[in-house]
Design a protein around this ligand. Structure first.
Ligand code: ADP
Length: 446
């Protein structure tokens, strides 16, 4: 096992990894930018190293500074968390070259599954259901027009290297496909440094259902069942839950096994999420593979009892997963609300600043993953998520009631947060029924 791990991240996920290290009796070294210099979670790490100014390109995204910190602190491994450098195969390669273990997949496996076109190819070979669409990247405009005529409009153009909901265009006819294609290529090249685009069928009403998988370096892989993340705003998840409500058990088992097969075939070790859209007939179509731990991993931890973050560290150190598929059982229901420092009343305008009041909920079945405390100042430089409130209960209805109770206890001020929005959503009839589609929240907010 490692003796020292560097955490190349910030905020709640840095704290989550510090905690996992502590429980594994590994020393943690946390890096921080000048904007995070006063963050209280840094005191919980064994060592903290400043790597530069607030802007991420000069700190959390700066590979040479991170490697310098890792060498000075003499660590065995680097945990990237999510976001920042977590899905950069070049960073994983630099770590390998510097003989520092990257806690995540190999650069090869990341390259194979992290690129959307490559992932679709691997998915097809592993018999994972994918959207009808182009085989690989589109080279010629005429090819796109032919494929679209075959699969039928609407279609969506996507960047192979895309992420964060950017670089996608929906086309309802041939004329819009032709124009959008030219722009999409240029945009993808500018935004992601890779102009490859592809097209697939666009689903009007769908649910976002994703499968959590884990693999080790010995060829073992398991799935930890699925999550439903359909409550989205601007393609960003707002509420996640596990398991996904009202899904046919046979279809669920088949898609979950397919996801585990995909990562096993890719020789993948670490945590991955295979994302799908599910149509109204409960057909699944793979969207992409996220080659890292996800924001919403706690809901899966709550229902399966598996510590996903510890598992990523253990398998990176060469240990076997030690979990057999038949031993993974779903226990009850879990829901996560993302608490963002944003004002839902003012079009989700960011609301950074000093937190004067912070009273977190507690009691049975309540988990708070946050780095925020009274007196903490939310810097304006980064993502507005300041924490995650997670509840676990025996069934979905009780989990919703428990979340309502926990949200009612939660007080943060004077900065604005998404707590009131979550309280409203917990009372929503359609949400309570289970099975809302990915456009539900946008429609509601209108
Ligand atoms: P990103 O990597 O940018 O997050 P994804 O491929 O994961 O892109 O898609 C993000 C979101 O975009 C999905 O959750 C869904 O809301 C929408 N989307 C993507 N592909 C389709 C599709 N084929 N049909 C309908 N909606 C889609």
């Amino acid at each position: 096992m490692f003796s020292r791990v560097l955490i190349a991240n910030r905020g709640e996920i840095a704290l989550r990894i510090i905690r996992a290290c502590r429980e594994l009796e590994i020393e943690s070294v946390c890096v921080y930018s000048q904007a995070d210099a006063d963050a209280p979670y840094l005191r919980l790490a064994d060592e903290a190293i400043c790597i530069g100014p607030g802007p991420a390109p000069q700190s959390y995204l700066n590979i040479s500074r991170l490697i310098a910190a890792a060498e000075i602190a003499n660590v065995d491994a680097i945990h990237p968390g999510y976001g920042f450098l977590a899905e950069r195969a070049d960073f994983a390669q630099v770590c390998r070259d510097c003989k520092i273990e990257f806690i995540g997949p190999s650069p090869e496996a990341m390259g194979k599954l992290g690129d959307k076109v490559e992932a679709k190819r691997a998915a097809k070979a592993a018999k994972v259901p994918i959207f009808p669409g182009s085989e690989g990247a589109i080279e010629e405009e005429e090819e796109a027009v032919e494929v679209a005529a075959e699969i039928g409009y609407p279609v969506i153009i996507k960047a192979s290297a895309g992420g964060g909901g950017r670089g996608m265009r929906v086309c309802h006819n041939e004329a819009s496909l032709r124009t959008n294609l030219r722009n999409a290529r240029q945009e993808a090249l500018a935004a992601f440094g890779n102009g490859a685009v592809f097209i697939e069928k666009f689903l009007e009403a769908a649910r976002h259902v994703e499968v959590q998988v884990l693999g080790d370096k010995h060829g073992n892989s398991v799935h930890l069942y699925e999550r439903d993340c359909s409550m989205q705003r601007r393609h960003q998840k707002v509420i996640e839950e596990a398991p996904a409500p009202n899904v046919d058990p046979k279809k669920r088992d088949s898609v979950c096994s397919a996801a585990a097969r995909l990562i096993r075939n890719a020789g993948y070790s670490g945590a991955a999420t295979v994302e799908f859209l599910m149509d109204d007939k409960q057909n699944f179509y793979m969207l992409e593979v996220n080659t890292r731990v996800q924001v919403e991993h706690p809901v899966t931890e709550m229902i399966t009892g598996v510590d996903i973050v510890k598992a990523t560290i253990r398998v990176a150190a060469g240990e076997e997963l030690g979990i057999r598929q038949r031993d993974v059982k779903v226990n009850g229901h879990a829901i996560e609300c993302r608490i963002n420092a944003e004002d839902p009343e003012r079009n989700f305008m960011p609301s950074p600043g000093r937190i004067e009041t912070f009273e977190a909920p507690g009691g049975p079945g309540v988990r708070m993953d946050t780095h925020a405390v009274t007196g903490y100042t939310v810097p304006p430089n980064y993502d507005s998520m300041i924490g995650k409130l997670i509840v676990h209960a025996e069934d979905r209805a009780s989990a919703i009631t428990r979340m309502e109770r926990a949200l009612a206890e939660f007080r943060i001020g004077p900065i604005k947060t998404t707590i009131p929005l979550h309280a409203q959503l917990m009372r929503n009839g359609a949400f309570r029924q289970g099975g809302i589609d990915i456009h539900f929240l946008e429609r509601l907010l209108k």
